[in-house]
Design a protein around this ligand. Sequence first.
Ligand code: PLP
Length: 357
Amino acid sequence: MSHIHNFSAGPCILPQQVLEQASQAVRSWDNQGLSLVEMSHRSPAFVDTMEECRALTKELLGLPDRFEILYLQGGASLAFLTAAMNLLPEGGKAAYADTGTWSAKAIKEAKHAGHVDVVTSSKEQNYNHIPEVGHVDPDHAFLHITTNNTIFGTQYAQMPECNVPLVADMSSDILSRSFDPEPFSLIYGGVQKNMGPAGAVMYAIDRERLGAAGRSLPSYLDLEVHLGKDSMFNTPPVFSVYTTMLTLRWLKEKGGVDVIQRENEAKSSLLYAEVDRNPLFEGHAERGSRSHMNATFRLKDEAHAEAFDMAWKAAKINGLKGHRSVGGYRASMYNALPLESVQVLVDVMAAFERSHG
Ligand SMILES: *Cc1c(COP(=O)(O)O)cnc(C)c1O
């Protein structure tokens, strides 16, 4: 058993039980002597894994029938392009909300597919809040949002109300809370933030919207091609898909997204209460935009940084260093992080106030 309190922003902490089951399958699948990573992805065992992974994703996200699930390679970074290529008609335009580094990258890639209008941005305030979207010209094929901004620690408290379909990068808050899927055409996310080990990206795509862009696409970028092959157009990232499936089983056994949402809210409330109470610290994100997944905060007096770093490292906390574009600290509290780990961090912060306040 590991005693590390893992606040890593990604790849993320996974449930201990999932790591044990996955390592067993790497040694010998079902005790049959063959490793998960050395058998055919066309074998019935792996085909069943892929199907279970796709079905559980749809079930746990509460998606209606019109959605199809794919697990592909290329990460969310390729999905930035794939999303636009599949949903933006030639000569059309798309609206993007610029709420952080990952949004900016999504915008950059979408420009390879067509015209992009950035309809709202919080860049001038170093992305410390989620800006209002307002009315979007209905000529736009969709509005793209990043539901949780991993680096800056902001998150949409509610999905924006919008007059065009929504496309979302949910890499870092997928399956952490429930939401109404009705306005969405496409949801995607790299699995390594909240679902599994790195190597796969999940797409939940509205079947009826596929092909609507009327483009001829290279095979790998064409989600219709992947759908026609049941997410097995080429060799899937077998370890990532299998382990993601185990995490989905774990989440279902726990009671699903509603249960984990309450746990996630308890964790983030505990930490933000300490950030607000403790006179040595201040948060980065505005309160109304705070993320339940990634809390960003800093010391008011940087001179204390070395001593604080020693304190949390001594408490076996890992991955607390903030991203260079924000500085300070970032506590990533993904689904598998126990409340006890947040309590350890809060205790370290409180003790630090007593010794340095
Ligand atoms: C990490 C992250 C990405 C990039 O994911 P890759 O799978 O590494 O390409 C994109 N969007 C968000 C919100 C992220 O947190």
